[in-house]
Structure formats: structure tokens, C-alpha cells
Design a protein around this ligand. Structure first.
Ligand SMILES: *[C@@H]1O[C@H](CO)[C@@H](O)[C@H](O)[C@H]1NC(C)=O
Ligand SMILES: *[C@@H]1O[C@H](CO)[C@@H](O)[C@H](O)[C@H]1NC(C)=O
Ligand SMILES: *[C@@H]1O[C@H](CO)[C@@H](O)[C@H](O)[C@H]1NC(C)=O
Ligand SMILES: *[C@@H]1O[C@H](CO)[C@@H](O)[C@H](O)[C@H]1NC(C)=O
Ligand SMILES: *[C@@H]1O[C@H](CO)[C@@H](O)[C@H](O)[C@H]1NC(C)=O
Ligand SMILES: *[C@@H]1O[C@H](CO)[C@@H](O)[C@H](O)[C@H]1NC(C)=O
Ligand SMILES: *[C@@H]1O[C@H](CO)[C@@H](O)[C@H](O)[C@H]1NC(C)=O
Ligand SMILES: *[C@@H]1O[C@H](CO)[C@@H](O)[C@H](O)[C@H]1NC(C)=O
Length: 727
């Protein structure tokens, strides 16, 4: 019976993946569940245990530390005099984790006044595991919230047997304090006391520990929780997809007063709600710009959309009278960023298109009107219609950018186009056309004011003074995604030229930097700093423009680099010179905004994008690159949508299998195949299209305007096999 079942499952899936390719057949195993399960990174349960003792850090009189891993012994830390080192144990949880540390004590003895003291030091990396945590909540706190100025969490270990949970607060009035939640991979346990904690703790005594564990606090993304999944012929890319999912899971949590960003971020309107924080260790406040990537990762992996909606709604409800929308709750919703209200617009489009919740945009339509028709017009240069950032405002990287900057304006055009689509959905054609006209005007001025024909890319800024010769990754990439380049009226501004320049000027072995220069008044490290956040938009622009090889190359350099460095798995907030964490210990080594590989693989490699809210209509246009197959599932408001494709180089054909929910329709477009320069071109050769084994007559093959791509329309509700064959 078991054998028979096993055979059946293999046969059915094999049939579903049509080509029955050895790679896909071999990885199906009925006993272990779907083949992608092995890539999932989440711990199996909310109680997480350490994986190893880093014995070379052990110091002083420590016995039985291995018992914290195998449970076979109790660990003892003993110190009786100044002659011996402070007893020290370093535990490695094996990967970055987040939550409240729990210690089961088996007893203690005091050798001096006060209980023996323990100090706990947390770090995401070994490099920054030192005398204090790499970062702890008190580091950003002022006044009463700054309870651990030492940078470590303290315990006065009582003689009885008990369990200690790392809750934010102090054992005594302002003494023996602990910061509560931590995001970390490594933790150091030190028998030691702070002078400030006298007379409650002493650095002498004996402490017995029977176990150390972590109460996981993020979203526990076990295999059964994935509503979207992905797998392809490059196991590294597949693994990084799950690494990215895990990174965003670590950031997804309930907003709580005692573990959020301490600088005025706690707000009654968001307390107790599910959100996507920026990172597990740092920020712990949801920021709008970060959601431009993290929300996509979330929609495409797990069914927890309210984590995004709660943030969109809360920030909309705090819109200022002049139309500006705060970037986050920090500083009581006053942190002055100029770009983040535009990300609110763009993220609102993503929310509506990925979830199909149109009532959301109905409810917040006046917010959209205020931001686009009141706030930004007040910061527009009249002669050019271009945005100019007001003094005192920053952006996602706090870049000094006086003058008219490409980034804000490209993002503005993207937001106007997206807002126009939302207006059309709500049947508000006047708003839609006003925003489209404005987008066209801004685009024209953008090309005229910012194009640098000498390198064939847009300047970072049109300005006088220093920094005016630089070119930046953000403005150029977004100009391509917003359709500014190639400008419909000006073929000299080519996306391909821009991307060739960026490839040459920004290339680092750990990704592409966000500026082409560190001179001329630009931050000295900018040409060596990589933001995986903004790099997502460059890679998306490469896929859009058919620069397939360089898109894959950049993904492998950047995600591959981070995956191989400490702490492994999770993707960092920023990469600095030499490929190091860009702000040393302060750097968040798990940041949702750096998880763009999830939408990149889903939207481009698998090729699935929504064309109308909730994927009622959709497009499937895979990218083959150097892969031979890919498969996955995209969660939609109508149900799961399965797509797989396989490329047969010998036959020069691509099989695409699409099983979309009933009631939906879409177009399956000819994938870009290798060896054709522009990956999306048809190479001048005739392509035969077969739908479910039948040749599709020429008249039924949609010849889409952009690039003359070949596609075929199909209905959801059943599985379709589409074969594109070169003749
Ligand atoms: C302990 O060993 C690890 C390698 O396993 C190394 O990275 C680390 O620097 C060592 N630490 C000390 C304190 O020797
Ligand atoms: C280490 O501590 C244990 C008690 O846990 C004690 O029996 C032993 O003598 C100590 N070793 C040294 C070298 O002090
Ligand atoms: C240990 O050293 C500290 C300072 O160096 C001193 O204040 C303390 O009295 C010493 N304690 C013992 C038990 O020797
Ligand atoms: C932390 O916040 C939670 C939820 O508001 C509360 O239950 C808990 O008591 C708080 N802990 C401390 C130590 O304040
Ligand atoms: C996958 O990554 C490893 C490094 O972790 C590398 O050695 C290997 O060549 C990569 N495989 C592919 C197919 O790129
Ligand atoms: C935050 O700002 C609002 C509106 O300006 C004000 O009513 C409220 O008192 C402020 N809250 C804090 C904690 O400062
Ligand atoms: C859709 O959005 C509305 C308004 O923001 C909200 O009240 C509702 O709960 C959302 N529906 C779902 C299914 O999330
Ligand atoms: C195209 O843009 C370039 C750069 O701004 C400009 O020099 C040229 O005049 C434009 N051509 C047209 C036809 O608008």
C-alpha cells in the first residue's frame, strides 16, 4: 500500500510537471513531503534550543556546558576569587533567531554579599560578540527606558530551582535590569556583576543551569504555513528564497510596548497588532519604505496580509494636514522622510493587487488624494514640475540631496502611475487622467534635466555645487521601472544603456553599490556600499529590460555573499566596504527590506504577476536565464496558482504548466530563453505555440505590442500546458 501510494504520487506530480525531467522526478518523495520543504529555515517549534557551545570562548571554572546542548548534564559556573577569570559560556543557536531567552536554573550559592550575578550578551555575529550586546534596546533609549546602559542583561540568580524568562524590566528598582527581547545568533553567559547592581549581585558564587532556550516571538514559518513556494534548478537560488522568507518571518510580530523601538514609537493605535518590523534586533518599528519589499515577500510566502494592512492604515490615519504621511510611528509619527509617502502609495497598490482588497483603497482614497494633490505639489519646482526635497527631510538612506534628485522624481512617476490604476479601479477617471498627465510631464522634464549623455545614465541630481556629477542606483533603476527610460518620446534614453553603465560603475563582488562615486561631496563609502533594498529595484529593472544574465549575476553576488557570511541565512540591512556589515555592530543582520529575491523569483523567474486586483487577471512570463526548470505556487485571493516550466535546450522549447484558480484568466507569454541577447526577444525566428497539445492558430496567438512578444490567453479552473517551440 505504501509502495503503491509512493508510486502514484510520483506519477501524478511527474505528469503535472510535464517534461518529467529527471531533476524534478528525483526530488519528489512521498515520505518527506514536497521537495521544497527541506529548504525551509524556521525552527520546528516556538521553543528554540541552542545548537552548540563555542568551546573556544569558554573561560573560568565551567563544567557540564555540553549539557546545555545534549541535556545530559547541568552546567556549572563557579568563581570564588579574583584569581580566576569570570566563568563564561558562549552558545550558538545555529542561525539568527528572535524572542525571549529562557533559563532553567538548578540552584545557586553565594560566596559574597548578594546572589551570584549573570550577565547575558547577545550578538547576531561572532565579530561583534564582545563585552556588550551588538545592539540592545537601551542603546537607542533615553531616560526611564534606558535600563541597561551596560549593554548586557543582568540576572541575580536565586538559590532555588526556577525558570527565568527575559522580560523587559528590573528585578529591583532600577537595578539588575534586562532589555527583554533580542534578535541574535550567539549569546554569552558570564558570571559577573555590575557595580551598579550592588548589593543585589556579586561576581562570586556558583550557578547551576539545567537548560537554556528561546521563546520564539516572530512568525513561525514551518512548512505547513507556506501558501506560496518556489523551487528551481539552481539549489542556491532556491535556498536563498527560503532564507529571505525566514528573514521576513523574523520581522513579523505583534507590536508590543516593551520590545519596540524605544524612541517614541509606541502608539496606542498600533499596539497589539500584527506588523512587519524592519528587523528583529533593530528598529522594531514598521517603516513604509521597507514594506516596498518586505510586504511582497510576505504576500508571496504566508497568509498574513493584515501585518501589512495594519501598518498602511495606521500611517494613513496619521497623515498630516498638509498631506504628508509619516514613515513610521517613531518620534510620535514625526520622523521627516520625503520619499516614504510615495512608498505608501506604491505599497497600497501592491496591497490591492496582491490581496484583492479593494475596500481598503476605497477607505483610504482621500489619503491618496491628499498625498498626491496637496503634499507633493507643494514641493514641486514650478518651471520643471520636478520634486525638490524640503530642508530637514531625509530618505531611506538619509542621503544629503539638495537640488532636484532623480530618485524622488522617478518614485513619484511610479506612484502616479500606480495611483492612476487605483483611481481607474474605483471608477474615478478624472483623477486617473490627471495623474497620468502629471506623470508624463514629470517624465519629460526628468529626461531633459537629468540625462547625462556622456555616460548614458541619469544624474543623481540636477544641482549646482558638490555631488552634482554623481549617478545613483535608486533614481536610475526606478526610472526604468516607472517607464521614464526608455522615454516614449525619446529613444536616446535607453534602459539598456543605463543598465550597462550601472553594471560597469557599481559592480562589487558583494552586489552593486548605490552610488558610482564616493567623491565630489558624496559619502566617502557610498561607491562601496550595497543596499540590498534598493538593489532589488535594479535587478527588477534588469529583468524588465531583458538583461537576464546580469540580473542573475547580481542576485548571485549579493544574496550569495550574505548567505555565506556570519550569521548565515538572513539578509542584512546594508553591506559596506569589503562586504562587511555596513554599520558594524549596529547593522541589522536580518532586514525584511533585503528580501527582494522572493518577489524577483516569483514575478520574473516563475514570471507570475497580477494584472488586476487579487490576480483576477494575471500574466505568466517566465525568465529562463541559465536555469532548466522552475516551479512554484503563488497565493492569490481566488486560491493558489501553480506554475512550472522546463526548458529543453536541445529542442529549443519551453513547456509552461499553469494551473490558475477558476474564474481567473491570463496570458502566458513566451519566456526569455538563453543566447538571444535581449532575453525576451524571439530571435527573429518563428515560434510555434501549442496549448494542451494543439497548435494555436496564428490568429489566436496574442502579439503583444511591447516588443512583439508571443503569448496565448488561457482560462483558470484547469491545468494548461503551453509549449513554445522554435521552428
Ligand atoms: C573561536 O573559534 C571561531 C571559529 O570556530 C572563531 O571564529 C572565533 O574567532 C574564535 N573565538 C575566540 C575567542 O577565539
Ligand atoms: C570548579 O567549580 C567546582 C564546583 O562547581 C569545584 O568543585 C571545583 O573545585 C572548581 N575547580 C577549580 C579549579 O576551582
Ligand atoms: C576583587 O577585585 C576587586 C577590584 O579589583 C576588589 O574591589 C575586590 O575586593 C576583590 N574581591 C576579592 C574577593 O578579592
Ligand atoms: C510586556 O508587554 C506585555 C504586553 O503588553 C505585557 O503582558 C508584559 O507584562 C510586559 N512585560 C513587562 C516586563 O513590562
Ligand atoms: C552554490 O553555492 C556554493 C557556495 O555555497 C558554490 O560553491 C556553488 O558553486 C554554488 N552552486 C551554483 C550552481 O552556483
Ligand atoms: C503625539 O502627537 C499627538 C498629535 O500631535 C499628540 O496629541 C500626542 O500627545 C503625542 N504623544 C506623545 C506621547 O507625545
Ligand atoms: C480590507 O480592507 C478593509 C479596509 O481597510 C479592512 O477593514 C478589511 O478588514 C480588509 N479585508 C481583509 C480581508 O483583510
Ligand atoms: C532626448 O533627450 C536628450 C537628453 O536629454 C536630449 O538632448 C534630446 O534633445 C532629446 N530628444 C528628443 C527628440 O526629445
Amino acid at each position: 500500500m505504501l509502495m503503491r501510494l509512493h508510486f502514484l504520487v510520483v506519477w501524478t506530480l511527474c505528469n503535472a510537471w510535464i517534461s518529467c525531467h529527471p531533476a524534478s522526478a528525483a526530488i519528489v518523495n512521498a515520505d518527506d513531503g514536497p521537495s521544497w520543504h527541506k529548504y525551509v529555515r524556521a525552527p520546528p517549534s516556538r521553543l528554540v534550543v541552542p545548537k552548540a557551545v563555542l568551546t573556544n570562548y569558554t573561560a573560568g571554572n565551567v563544567t557540564g556546558a555540553a549539557g546545555l546542548i545534549d541535556g545530559k548534564s547541568v552546567a556549572h559556573l563557579t568563581r570564588s576569587s579574583n584569581e580566576s577569570d569570570s566563568p563564561t559560556i558562549v552558545l550558538d543557536f545555529g542561525q539568527n533567531v528572535v524572542g525571549l531567552l529562557k533559563i532553567s536554573f538548578a540552584g545557586s550559592e553565594s560566596f559574597a554579599k548578594g546572589y551570584p550575578g549573570l550577565r547575558l550578551i547577545f550578538s547576531e555575529t561572532k565579530e561583534f560578540l564582545a563585552g556588550k550586546s551588538d545592539f540592545t534596546r537601551s542603546d537607542n533609549a533615553q531616560g526611564a527606558l534606558k535600563i541597561v546602559p551596560s549593554g548586557s542583561d543582568q540576572i541575580a540568580v536565586r538559590p532555588k530551582r526556577y525558570d527565568w524568562l527575559n522580560q523587559w524590566g528590573c528585578e529591583h528598582d532600577g537595578q539588575v535590569c534586562s532589555d527583554g527581547l533580542h534578535g541574535f545568533r550567539y549569546m554569552k553567559i558570564l558570571l559577573d556583576a555590575l557595580p551598579a547592581d550592588a548589593p543585589h549581585t556579586s561576581s562570586f558564587g556558583h550557578v547551576a543551569i539545567s537548560s537554556v532556550s528561546l521563546e520564539w516571538s516572530g512568525y513561525l514559518g514551518t512548512p505547513d504555513t507556506f501558501t506560496g513556494w518556489f523551487e528551481c534548478s539552481d539549489a542556491n537560488l532556491t535556498q536563498w528564497w527560503y532564507n529571505a522568507a525566514y528573514t521576513t518571518e523574523m520581522c513579523t510580530d505583534v507590536f508590543r510596548a516593551n520590545d519596540t523601538e524605544p524612541r517614541g514609537a509606541t502608539s496606542d493605535s498600533i499596539l497589539g497588532k500584527m506588523v512587519i518590523h524592519d528587523g528583529p534586533k533593530r528598529d522594531r518599528d514598521p517603516y513604509m519604505g521597507d514594506l516596498a519589499v518586505a510586504a511582497l515577500t510576505s504576500y508571496l510566502t504566508h497568509d498574513i496580509q493584515e501585518g501589512v494592512r495594519n501598518v498602511l492604515e495606521d500611517l494613513a490615519q496619521h497623515q498630516r494636514d498638509d498631506g504628508w504621511i509619516p514613515p513610521a510611528s517613531i518620534n510620535n509619527y514625526t520622523l521627516a522622510l520625503f520619499d516614504y509617502p510615495l512608498w505608501w502609495v506604491s505599497c497600497s497598490w501592491d496591497y490591492v493587487f496582491y490581496t484583492g482588497n479593494i475596500s481598503y483603497i476605497q477607505s483610504y482614497y482621500s489619503t491618496l488624494l491628499n498625498v498626491l494633490d496637496t503634499y507633493y505639489p507643494a514641493h514641486t519646482d514650478k518651471p520643471t514640475s520636478l520634486l525638490r526635497r524640503p530642508d530637514g527631510y531625509g530618505d531611506y538612506a538619509f542621503i544629503p540631496r539638495p537640488g532636484v534628485a532623480a530618485y524622488y522624481n522617478a518614485l513619484y512617476v511610479l506612484a502616479l502611475h500606480r495611483a492612476a490604476e487605483l483611481a481607474s479601479i474605483l471608477n474615478k477617471p478624472d483623477d486617473a487622467s490627471r495623474w497620468r498627465v502629471r506623470a508624463a510631464t514629470v517624465s519629460m522634464s526628468f529626461v531633459g534635466e537629468l540625462w547625462d549623455g556622456s555616460v548614458k545614465a541619469f544624474f543623481d541630481r540636477n544641482c549646482i555645487g558638490s555631488g552634482c556629477t554623481a549617478h545613483a542606483q535608486d533614481g536610475n533603476s526606478l526610472a526604468i521601472l516607472a517607464g521614464i527610460a526608455p522615454s516614449p518620446s525619446n529613444t536616446s534614453t535607453s534602459a539598456s544603456d543605463i543598465l550597462d553603465y550601472l553594471e560597469k560603475a557599481l559592480h562589487q563582488r558583494y552586489g552593486n553599490s548605490f552610488y558610482d562615486t564616493g567623491g565630489d561631496g558624496i559619502g566617502s563609502e557610498f561607491s562601496e556600499r550595497v543596499y540590498p533594498f534598493i538593489s532589488y529595484f535594479e535587478i527588477a529593472a534588469r529583468f524588465r529590460a531583458g538583461k537576464i544574465d546580469s540580473a542573475f549575476d547580481q542576485m548571485r553576488r549579493m544574496y550569495g555573499w550574505m548567505a555565506l557570511q556570519d550569521p548565515g541565512i538572513t539578509f542584512w540591512e546594508g553591506i559596506g566596504p569589503g562586504g562587511k556589515p555596513y554599520e558594524d555592530a549596529f547593522t541589522s543582520m536580518a532586514h525584511g527590506w533585503s528580501t527582494g529575491i522572493v518577489p524577483l523569483c516569483m514575478n520574473y523567474v516563475l514570471g507570475v504577476t497580477p494584472v488586476s486586483p487579487g490576480f483576477l487577471t494575471w500574466n505568466v512570463q517566465p525568465v529562463v536565464g541559465d536555469l532548466t526548470w522552475a516551479k512554484g505556487q503563488v497565493p492569490t485571493a481566488q486560491g493558489a496558482m501553480s506554475v512550472s516550466w522546463s526548458f529543453d535546450a536541445g529542442e529549443d522549447s519551453v513547456h509552461v504548466v499553469v494551473d490558475a484558480p477558476a474564474g481567473t484568466t491570463g496570458t502566458v507569454t513566451m519566456p526569455g530563453v538563453p543566447g538571444e541577447g535581449n532575453g525576451n526577444a524571439n530571435g527573429g525566428r518563428q515560434t510555434e505555440v501549442l496549448l494542451d497539445g494543439q497548435v494555436v492558430p496564428d490568429g489566436d496567438v496574442a502579439r503583444r505590442a511591447e516588443g512583439g512578444l508571443t503569448g496565448v490567453k488561457v482560462q483558470g479552473g484547469m491545468r494548461h500546458v503551453i509549449e513554445f517551440r522554435k521552428m
